[in-house]
Design a protein around this ligand. Structure first.
Ligand SMILES: [Fe+2]
Length: 280
């Protein structure tokens, strides 16, 4: 199935500006991943209901539209890495997880100051509204529940229902992690983004309300590891991450635990991290 020129352009337009090198772990710079995502996006857009809803999102709130596309990219790549079945269904849920925002007044969505209690309740209702919109369009329970539950938290502190961890499926757990990462690391009209490194550090503080296993998986996926982590390098050396900075977050300073030699991972990537040894 060839990709239409229209969808090729739309994908390119949506992708450009989202990835400042490492926001998606450098995957978008790899042609195989780029074309796989482009094809996946096109296959979703062939469904008229998906296309119509995604266009509605673009017309209603450009930030939510960009964020939704970003979550689609990150989540689809993550699901691919995890070798999950039904990636297309999951990808659809990722792309439309915030569709309920189209039912929220624009004045409330784009307000520059803190929302009132009534406005906050209105904002929170996008999860329920999204579920209704997707169900009304005949989408599956998984896709609809991704919209309904992406703000639920493992410790029951989320909304709309404060459901316990036992009721939160894996796609929702992963989506919640990506949703927070995307929200932190994408520029908003009135809020500057933090770097991928800072976003990951903030995510790690949320382990408990967000799934620690998926946070760990996502750090590995991005190639950003917290200071103190023990890792194995591609030459078999075991090392401890000493730290890294925003510019080279995937090229940390490490210490060889046997020789105590301290060095930065090289820019040419001749020596890389192969796996994370210690748990979060
Ligand atoms: Fe949301």
């Amino acid at each position: 199935m060839p990709i239409s020129p229209e969808d090729r352009r739309l994908f390119l337009k949506n992708t450009s500006g989202l990835d400042n090198g490492f926001r998606a772990g450098g995957k978008l710079q790899q042609p195989a991943y780029y074309h796989w995502l482009e094809y996946l996006f096109h296959s979703l857009m062939k469904d008229q209901a998906v296309r119509q809803l995604f266009q509605q999102l673009a017309a209603w709130d450009m930030y939510t539209y960009r964020h939704s596309f970003d979550v689609f990219l990150l989540g689809s790549l993550a699901a691919h890495r995890l070798e999950w079945p039904n990636i297309r269904e999951m990808a659809c849920g990722l792309l439309l997880h915030d569709i309920g925002k189209t039912a929220i007044p624009r004045t409330v969505l784009t307000k520059q100051t803190s929302p009132t209690v009534a406005e906050w309740n209105m904002l929170k209702s996008h999860a329920r509204q999204g579920y209704s919109i997707l169900k009304d369009h005949g989408f599956s329970e998984l896709i609809s529940s991704m919209a309904y539950r992406h703000h639920e938290r493992l410790d029951g502190s989320g909304y709309p229902n404060g459901v316990p961890a036992s009721k939160l499926e894996d796609p929702v757990r992963l989506l919640s992690v990506l949703d927070v990462y995307s929200a932190l690391s994408l520029n908003r009209p009135y809020l500057r983004a933090v770097s991928p490194l800072q976003a990951v550090q903030l995510l790690q503080k949320e382990a408990g309300s967000l799934d620690p296993e998926y946070i760990r998986f996502f750090c590995e996926f991005l190639g950003i590891f917290p200071a103190g982590s023990t890792v194995q390098l591609t030459n078999g050396t075991t090392a401890v991450i000493i730290g890294c900075d925003d510019i080279s977050s995937t090229l940390p300073l490490v210490r060889d635990i046997r020789t105590h030699e301290t060095f930065y991972l090289p820019v040419d990537q001749t020596l890389r991290i192969s796996r994370w040894i210690d748990p979060l």
